[in-house]
Design a protein around this ligand. Structure first.
Ligand code: F6R
Length: 622
């Protein structure tokens, strides 16, 4: 499609009609606003770009995966191929990797609101086909820009907000004939949160970052721009992390990084930890299974703090008048266990915040407050928002994350590493137990009354549990046609029940709900009949008597009971045995067989446990 210019229109009437049509089209807000948790990748070098892009996109697919596409710059043209589906499906259908050219961009999309179709898939071309872009984030002023660009004759082919970047850049390029200058003007006009990579038909590549992740891989045969290290980890272990408000101009031989005004900024090349290169499934069928099986090791590696750092962290918490802990999803469940440990053992008054709710909650952060933010990715928009609210109110933010280069780690006064290696399976598994391991270490430092956790012993216990998985497969096969399952826990176990039911929902698509055992009689008991399956987390500790009562209550109504306990009991239709440990440490252990139950239930029901439908690993939108 070519760019429509008002000068090309013949009569005044045509002109007016066209303007009216464009204004109407621009004002008609699309039914769907395209928001993204996508992966973007670019390459400029001396090798063919497309195969490198397809390989990188495949590795980043855990971030989002409903459509994929690649564009390359070749002989003064931009070539684009894209489609709906996983990277390998789109590649099988249209041979993304066959595109010629040594400069290119690629994208995997995860739509939260926008339709999943080819037109909305990235890359997006400018209307004159001179520029193509891939984008992750949201352009807040896209309607305004779209209207303005439409009036100047630029046309649009998708419903996305992203497409305005291509046309805006094209308009600025048409004026300046200089790619860098057109980037500077474009960046001053965009509002929102974004990372995007653009190529021009004459082989230029530019990449900009504003509140969405973006980094540059420095390879022997060219440069990569990527939203994730996994996009280029097979090709280079050298990386430059772009800061917010920076953009890079890349060619096969050179890189220049500037702030949004175009002033050059110095950059530092960092070596990536070798572990990232290990992000493959090894001999496991799925990443999720591999990650569950890594837990005996990852809990030992969690934290990796020196005694001084641990002292410093504990001192910061102790001197704060108001202590908050936050996270989303699984990280929130870990935060609840942290809250329990801090209050019960260190006698610290602490409030937990669901990150997505902070903006609606009466939370009073001040300079006497500390926020402990938990996030595997360090990029969850909800967690970042909570951390920003806290920081803006003068509170100290400390974070516990798996990605030390993440936005969360950057904005924290101290960040503790989960150090559990890349977690690729969309459902959090090993990051949960690593979060717990750090919270135990911290609790122990804070109070000294919780017996020093013997993580070697716990690690051995988890290894033994993992060796004995065939009975869990059998239970999962029983659950094949079950539509509802309830998970009960008392005391600290209620949070494990929450995490177990989240895993069952995500991986197996079984409707799962968790309750504290004592709450059954206040309502949920009405749901229990002979079709119900109930998991009771019932180790022999202070909660045992109460949970045994709840078990009798559901059994009396005909429910099938899956008991997870160190004490066998005939009341259980299925028994998941546990070792005996101190009450405080059960969560680290009891979640493991429940993760396996969710995993094998997914297998039984033909769901792909690595890529649960409708979910993405890094939830970078609100
Ligand atoms: C559940 C899961 C999600 C994440 C949540 C927060 O299995 O993976 O609930 O826990 O989206 O993600 P992070 O920890 O990256 O902030």
């Amino acid at each position: 499609m070519h760019q429509l210019s008002t000068r090309q229109l013949s009569s005044k009437n045509d002109w007016e009609e066209d303007i009216v049509r464009k204004i109407l089209a621009a004002f008609k807000a699309p039914k769907t606003l395209d928001q993204h948790m996508c992966s973007i990748l670019g390459y400029a070098g001396s090798s063919q770009a497309a195969p490198l892009l397809v390989e990188g996109l495949r590795r980043m697919e855990y971030r989002g995966y409903d459509s994929a596409g690649v564009a390359t710059s070749f002989m003064d043209r931009i070539l684009v191929k894209k489609g709906v589906g996983r990277v390998f499906e789109v590649n099988n259908a249209v041979n993304l990797d066959s595109l010629p050219g040594d400069v290119g961009i690629g994208h995997t999309r995860w739509a939260t609101h926008g339709k999943v179709n080819e037109a909305n898939a990235h890359p997006h071309l400018s209307s004159s086909n001179g520029i193509a872009i891939v984008h992750n984030g949201i352009i807040d002023n896209y309607l305004e820009l779209k209207r303005e660009l439409s009036l100047s004759g630029y046309t649009f082919r998708s419903e996305t907000d992203s497409e305005v970047i291509a046309n805006l850049l094209q308009r600025n390029y048409d004026t300046t004939r200089d790619f860098k200058k057109s980037m500077i003007t474009t960046l001053s006009q965009l509002k929102g949160k974004y990372a995007f990579i653009a190529i021009s038909k004459d082989g230029g590549l530019a990449a900009a970052r504003f509140q969405e992740p973006l980094m540059i891989g420095v390879g022997k045969h060219g440069y990569f721009a990527s939203s994730d290290i996994l996009g280029f980890v097979r090709n280079t272990d050298e990386v430059v992390y772009l800061d917010n408000g920076q953009f890079a101009m890349l060619s096969s031989k050179a890189i220049s990084i500037s702030d949004f005004e175009g002033n050059p900024t110095p950059h530092q090349i960092t070596k990536i930890s070798k572990e990232f290169a290990d992000a493959d499934k090894s001999d496991y069928v799925h990443y999720t299974l591999k990650e569950i099986y890594e837990q005996p090791i990852t809990i030992l590696r969690a934290g990796g703090m020196t005694t001084r750092e641990l002292d410093w962290l504990a001192a910061s918490i102790v001197r704060s008048k108001n202590v908050y802990i936050t996270g989303s999803g699984t990280s929130f469940n870990a935060a609840l266990i942290g809250k329990y440990l801090f209050s019960k053992y260190a006698r610290i008054k602490i409030e937990s915040l669901i990150s997505s709710e902070t903006q609606f909650s009466p939370v009073y952060f001040d300079s006497n407050s500390i926020l402990i933010a938990l996030s595997q990715s360090g990029e969850s928009a909800d967690v970042l928002e909570t951390a920003n609210i806290a920081k803006d109110s003068g509170a100290e933010v400390i974070s516990i994350t798996n990605v030390m280069t993440s936005s969360l780690a950057h904005m924290s006064s101290i960040s503790v590493s989960l150090n559990c290696g890349p977690e690729i399976g969309v459902a959090a598994t090993k990051s949960f137990t690593s979060q717990l391991a750090i919270l135990y270490k911290l609790t122990n430092k804070l109070c000294g009354v919780l017996d020093a956790p013997d993580f070697n012993q716990i690690s051995n216990n988890i290894s033994k549990l993992l060796l004995n998985y065939s009975y869990i497969q059998q239970i999962a096969s029983e659950l094949k046609n079950v539509s509802d399952i309830y998970v009960l826990g008392n005391g600290i176990h209620q949070y494990v029940a929450m995490e177990a039911s989240l895993k069952l929902k995500e991986l197996s698509y079984i409707h799962a709900e968790s309750f504290p055992g004592g709450e059954l009689k206040h309502g949920p008991l009405a749901l229990i009949d002979s079709n119900a399956y109930v998991v009771v987390i019932n180790p022999g500790d202070s909660t045992y008597a109460s949970m045994s009562t709840a078990t009798h209550e559901v059994k009396a109504r005909g429910a099938k009971v899956i008991g997870i306990s160190n004490i066998p009991n005939e009341i259980y239709d299925y028994w998941m045995p546990l070792p005996t440990v101190d009450e405080a440490f059960y969560p680290l252990i009891e979640i493991v067989p429940l993760q396996l139950l969710a995993y094998y239930s997914a297998i039984e029901r033909n769901a792909n446990p690595d890529y649960p439908r409708n979910l993405a690993k890094s939830v970078t939108v609100k």
